[in-house]
Design a protein around this ligand. Structure first.
Ligand SMILES: Cc1cc2nc3c(=O)[nH]c(=O)nc-3n(C[C@H](O)[C@H](O)[C@H](O)COP(=O)(O)OP(=O)(O)OC[C@H]3O[C@@H](n4cnc5c(N)ncnc54)[C@H](O)[C@@H]3O)c2cc1C
Length: 407
């Protein structure tokens, strides 16, 4: 039984998905409480914070002064043999954010709109009665409390521990890659406004490595892999890769964090009675690049919309909350399907084929065909928009043959 003092919605976790959901709920006048297990928002930070400028603008979240660390209009892709394919875009398309500041900014916006944040408080479990989530058990400052609420929004991130309690199908563990994200100084031979990307089974099986330079001479350097320890792969990249080894020969690791990324595509259903899942815990992450911030924020807005309607109707059953699922399917489904195919394709390539692919991309002028691209999140729609250019047709035929040959 809910009382007047109980919140109308509780959000689990103050990452971008949680704070943005709380902001959207509070803006709609819904009494919202966010529980975050850490005692500071945005720390520890595990994310590179490399985000599309266009998507941030669409969400009304740009220019983010003091949070944007650099912007990029180029990317250099390397094969394990060092073959380089460069993509120059007509204008800055991505920005790298200080993720700690970004998370704190979103939380502040939510607080200003009326949401309450309670830190140092870990949600231990969901309270479920006759198949409906009715509240949660929280350990806050060493005290266990039980709290009732009509709607729980789970944004606990990739662990997705609580989501499992609802009986929803959790993210696929086979789709997880394990990442190391570092800050380094003394990184050499990189362009200030270009991101470096390293492919190859020898260096980053199942994903890639990256250098994201910052104007102060430091860089975010990381790598993820679907096997072994990412630290060992990063060491190998730094010592053996024909290009990265030169760029990183004098680099010093200033800090390092470890975290998983879910590349398996969204979970089949992200809502049940009294319950919505948003962000990494629902695997709303790009299977190609591991970018999850924009999809989390976009889904957060939809979740808040649906929750608000459900509260107005006094019906938080899955029959009402399914609107959220339908909206996510409408918005993301085509892009996720395309990106899953692309991930499958990239994973199927040997190091030799990767090398050949980057050579072919340069020869066919794929860089010119893509130079006007401003959309990097919704990659299915982006590919459709350039698919009629001759260089892209040739490249797609070539990739198609490669794919058929290797799948
Ligand atoms: C190495 C790496 C690099 C990445 N780089 C990029 C990138 O460049 N661009 C991009 O878009 N994405 C990137 N991502 C992905 C991005 O970090 C995530 O998609 C994004 O953080 C998802 O936000 P979220 O709010 O769903 O989860 P999170 O950011 O993980 O937030 C979850 C929050 O919930 C809290 N929490 C968890 N359990 C509980 C509990 N039981 N009780 C209370 N609080 C709890 C956690 O402390 C945390 O604060 C990267 C990920 C990794 C690992």
């Amino acid at each position: 039984m809910n009382t007047q003092n109980d919140p109308q919605a509780v959000v689990i976790g103050a990452g971008p998905a949680g704070s943005y959901t709380a902001l959207q709920l509070a803006k709609r006048g819904i009494k919202t409480v966010v529980y975050e297990e850490h005692n500071q928002i945005g720390l520890p930070s595990h994310c590179a914070g490399h985000i599309s400028i266009r998507s941030l603008k669409t969400l009304g979240l740009y220019p983010l002064e003091g949070i944007v660390e650099n912007t990029f209009c180029a990317a250099n892709f390397y094969s394990p043999q060092g073959t380089k394919f460069t993509l120059h875009l007509n204008c800055p398309v991505t920005a790298v954010l200080n993720r700690t500041y970004f998370d704190q900014y979103l939380a502040k916006q939510a607080q200003n709109a009326g949401a309450e944040f309670i830190l140092n408080s870990r949600v231990q479990s969901l309270l479920i009665q006759r198949g409906t989530v009715t509240g949660l058990k929280v350990k806050t400052n060493d005290t266990n409390i039980h709290l009732n609420t009509p709607i729980v929004v789970d944004t606990e991130g990739v662990s997705s521990r609580l989501l499992r309690q609802t009986g929803l199908t959790p993210l696929k563990t086979s789709g997880l890659v394990y990442a190391i994200e570092t800050e380094m100084n003394n990184v050499e031979n990189v362009e200030e406004h270009a991101v470096e990307v390293y492919f190859g089974r020898n260096y980053a099986p199942g994903f890639y490595g990256w250098i994201i330079p910052k104007p102060d001479g430091t860089a975010k350097v990381g790598l993820a892999t679907n096997q072994g320890d990412p630290r060992n792969y990063l060491r190998r990249l730094m010592i053996k890769h024909p290009v990265a080894s030169k760029q990183l020969s004098k680099a010093k690791i200033l800090s390092a964090n470890y975290h998983a990324i879910s590349l398996g595509g969204p979970i089949p259903q992200a809502c049940s009675n009294g319950f919505l899942a948003v962000g990494d815990c629902a695997s709303q992450v790009k299977p190609t690049t591991g970018g999850g911030v924009i999809f989390s924020l976009t889904a957060a807005k939809e979740a808040a919309n649906t929750a608000s309607q459900a509260l107005t109707m006094g019906d938080v059953s899955v029959e009402t909350l399914i609107t959220y699922q339908k909206r996510c399917t409408e918005l993301f489904s085509f892009d996720f399907k395309t990106m899953l195919q692309l991930r499958h394709f990239l994973d199927s390539l040997s190091d030799e084929k990767l090398d050949e692919m980057l050579r072919v991309c340069s020869k066919l002028g794929v860089d010119k065909a893509l130079s006007g691209v401003t959309e990097i999140d919704f990659q299915g729609k982006m590919l459709l928009s350039v698919a009629t250019k001759p260089a892209m047709i040739a490249a797609l035929v070539y990739f198609g043959l490669l794919y058929l040959h290797h799948s």
